[in-house]
Design a protein around this ligand. Sequence first.
Ligand code: HQG
Length: 180
Amino acid sequence: MAPDPIHLSKFLSFVLRHKPDAIGLSLDPQGWALIEELVTKGNASGTAFSRDDVLAAVATSDKKRFSLSEDGMRIRAAQGHSVTVDLGLSARQPPAVLYHGTATRFVDAILAQGLTPQARQQVHLSANEATALKVGQRHGKPALFRVDALGMHTQGLTFHQADNGVWLTDHVPPHFLTLA
Ligand code: HQG
């Protein structure tokens, strides 16, 4: 029986971003896992799915959370890791303005400290307000920040764009943030 697609996507996010050890899976330094090993170890850990289920999860992920290697043998999370990986993304000039959605209860801390990566490797920024608001809603009553990405870029702070379009940076100091 095919697994529930949302359950499988969450399982893949969990092992590929956060806890490969939970099923004894190896990620290489760039975050790639062999699909065959993922299927074998995932099934051994009690989550039933096939290679085709993995490919379907990649193809149908609303946020394009997963990338496949060119040879089709390996999979990785496009972004969102808490384990240390080097995605090998080149620095890119960002659009002039990016957005970050959060919850209202974090606003004071963010205005004081700026945006920091928390449990993840980098801060996640969105190219449009609607996406950022959705990200914020995951945490509670949403609040929206406008990020002066061009100002940061001009000052030498670097940005990367994940395969799925999410913008990543190490830290957004408070003076580049405006509550939208
Ligand atoms: C907040 C989802 C207090 C930050 C999305 C956020 C994204 C601070 C929370 C991806 C802070 C961390 C990432 C500070 C930041 N003080 N709170 N100084 N700086 N925060 O989940 O950006 O559906 O780690 O505002 O689409 O919400 O999982 O980050 O609210 O791309 O595929 O700390 O996860 O993708 O929360 O979301 P998260 P995020 P998926």
